[in-house]
Design a protein around this ligand. Structure first.
Ligand SMILES: C[S@@+](CC[C@H](N)C(=O)[O-])C[C@H]1O[C@@H](n2cnc3c(N)ncnc32)[C@H](O)[C@@H]1O
Length: 253
């Protein structure tokens, strides 16, 4: 079993690099409400709550929102903006939740299963704290990674084409069953080639944290070669199609 990956090191830049475009975060919150048929008095748990990218827009739609994370620095960023939101924060490993059994009407997990050391234990804990009949709402950003620059980088650096945070296989592999249709919203963002290169050089994404210098250098060289071959303007915004999806899961019986 591996160690969980804490995001303490990313706290200062997380919101600037992972935030939704203006207006989209409310749509993301509505996607969760719709997927989970969440009632206004629902008690929600989010594992890996981070800086509240999901919790801040979603918590006003429910009665109680408990957030768990191992990274204090991430939750401190959220704490600074928590005023008026029904959010309670607990520093804990999702594999050992200090929470009563059957306490929650739904749970939320976004970009977290690829980071936990023991996914089986986390899923057992989620099943334990959900009340009978309650569901897990699994959310993820989709498609952004498929752009041409990222593809060049991934191939040369030897990174899996499918972003790890999709974690699509984890839930079925542990006996959880998809329940209902994936709720999906789409939107576009822009990023310049220079911003992409800078993000890689600064190892902004957790997929870069464990990379060797040689892997990173090979990936960067491939992206730079592509930029030169295509005569791309480093500062020209590149439009990228992406989106956000929510899939609801039932725990194993
Ligand atoms: C990529 S961030 C996602 C944050 C938030 N869900 C979002 O979508 O913006 C993943 C978070 O999960 C946390 N995390 C990693 N392993 C964890 C674990 N075993 N238990 C609780 N939190 C964990 C990290 O510290 C980080 O804050």
């Amino acid at each position: 079993m591996t160690q969980s990956v804490s995001f303490d090191r990313a706290a200062d830049y997380y919101d600037a690099t992972r935030g939704f475009p203006p207006g989209i975060e409310q749509k993301v919150a509505q996607a969760f409400v719709r997927a989970g048929s969440l009632a206004p008095d629902a008690r929600l748990l989010e594992i890996g709550i981070g800086t509240g990218r999901i919790a801040l827009p979603l918590s006003p739609h429910v009665g109680e929102y408990v957030g768990v994370d191992i990274a204090i620095a991430m939750m401190d960023k959220l704490r600074a903006r928590i005023d008026g939101h029904p959010i309670r924060l607990i520093q804990a490993d999702a594999a050992h939740l200090p929470l009563a059994s059957g306490a929650f009407d739904a749970a939320v997990a976004v970009h977290v299963f690829h980071l936990v050391g023991d996914a089986a234990a986390v899923l057992r804990e989620l099943a334990r704290v959900l009340r009978p009949g309650a569901r897990l709402l699994h959310g993820w950003n989709s498609e952004f990674e498929a752009d041409a620059l990222r593809q060049r980088f991934n191939q040369a650096a030897g990174v899996d084409e499918q972003p790890a945070y999709y974690s699509r296989g984890v839930l079925p592999a542990h006996g959880w069953t998809a329940d209902g249709e994936e709720v999906r919203l789409t939107y576009t963002t822009e990023r310049t080639a220079r911003q992409f290169l800078d993000a890689l050089r600064n190892r902004i994404w957790s997929s870069c944290w464990k990379m060797t210098e040689a892997q990173l250098a090979a990936g960067l060289a491939a992206v730079e070669a592509h930029i030169a071959a295509e005569k791309l303007d480093l500062d020209q915004p590149i439009r990228r199609h992406g989106g956000f999806s929510v899939q609801t899961y039932r725990p194993p019986v």
